[in-house]
Design a binder for this molecule. Structure first.
Ligand code: ADP
Length: 332
């Protein structure tokens, strides 16, 4: 009998555990010893401190017990290999872990978004094809550190000397970033929009505070390291396009894997001056951009008439699945 929601101490742990408690679950947090701040918040019934998270998850899964569902987040995925998660992680995970491979590999991700037939940036297979402003992303780059913009092949050659390994060259879409947090409920067969955020990225978000002439002199290379998130709402008339995009991505996920997306997912987009929403990345799990929406977001409040965060929405789905004896529909 599932009575407990567990997660790891990072990313959206506070959000997940608060939501779990609000829905009446017991909560368990596995945290690294350096993160004692978790005990300052009243969200975990039990905190287990470990020395090495990767090792713990690989060797001590029985700690979770038979009464737990684990909610994975961005850090969970970075602690373990996708192979390990797919084949050896035995505790029920909320969501579809078989979609993680598709969000983690830029080529598969591109196949998914393209297959969904939503707007995506052009991808240049070879640097010699660059015919407009492009952003070069190498696969290993953490937080967009080391990404660079190139206007054409010559510019690419000048800036690419440090690149090793695989990279993807995307058209740089001019517009504003908007990150849409969706939730697909297999129980209700419905795509919900939970919330929207934009990120606070250092140093790109500080560039415009420095006059262009000084920027040139200083030769600052932009980085996109996320340190925070702002809440957003979208022009109401654009909501139809937003739901359409979310639904197409879910449909495509069901072609990729029988279960398809389950629970929270996020489309990272740029909104152009022509009001086109161009998706350049997808996350197949809860994202940190949902954190400003504790306890609620405008969209969840509109739908439910009460305060619902992403963490709580997850717990609601788990609860409903337990009550209807269909836990296998929302876990993998
Ligand atoms: P990470 O993989 O580290 O999350 P992203 O791929 O999200 O990095 O890119 C970092 C930032 O770069 C984004 O938040 C966005 O501001 C910008 N960006 C990424 N791709 C594009 C694009 N195709 N067009 C315009 N801006 C982009």
């Amino acid at each position: 009998m599932i009575t407990k929601i567990a997660t790891l101490g990072s990313h959206t742990a506070l959000n997940i555990l608060r939501g779990a408690k609000d829905e009446g679950f017991e909560t368990l947090l596995i945290a690294s010893k350096k993160r004692s701040f978790y005990s300052r918040f009243n969200v975990a019934d039990k905190i287990m401190y470990v020395d090495n998270m990767g090792e713990f998850l690989a060797q001590k899964q029985n700690t979770f017990g038979k009464d737990s569902v684990v909610v994975p987040h961005g850090s969970f995925i970075s602690y373990l290999s996708i192979d390990f998660i797919e084949k050896e992680f035995n505790v029920p995970l909320f969501g579809n872990k078989f979609m993680f491979r598709w969000e983690s590999d830029r080529n598969l991700e591109n196949e998914w978004l393209k297959g969904a037939k939503i707007h995506t940036p052009k991808v240049f297979d070879d640097p010699s094809e660059i015919d407009r402003l492009a952003i070069v992303k190498h696969f290993g780059a953490k937080g967009g550190r080391g990404y660079f913009l190139a206007r054409d092949y010559n510019d690419f050659k000048k800036k690419s000397s440090g690149i090793t390994g695989e990279y993807q060259i995307q058209e740089y879409v001019i517009g504003v970033p908007m990150y849409f947090h969706f939730f697909y409920s297999p129980l209700d067969r419905e795509v919900e929009l939970l919330s929207i955020d934009r990120r606070y990225e250092t140093n790109v978000d500080s560039m415009m505070r420095i006059p262009a002439d000084d920027q040139k002199e200083l030769g600052i290379a932009p980085s996109y390291v996320v340190v925070g998130n702002f809440p957003l709402v979208i022009r109401e008339s654009m909501l139809e396009d937003v739901f359409d995009m979310g639904e197409k991505v879910v449909k495509m996920s069901q072609k990729i894997d029988d279960k398809g997306l389950i629970g929270p997912f996020c489309l990272e987009t740029i909104c152009t001056p022509d009001l086109e929403i161009v998706a350049f990345e997808i996350s197949a799990r809860i994202v940190a951009g949902t954190n400003p929406f504790i306890p609620s977001s405008p969209y969840t409040y509109l739908k439910y008439g009460k305060d619902i965060s992403c963490g709580r929405r997850i717990a609601m789905e788990i609860k409903k699945a337990i009550e209807s004896d269909s836990l296998e529909e929302v876990t993998t």
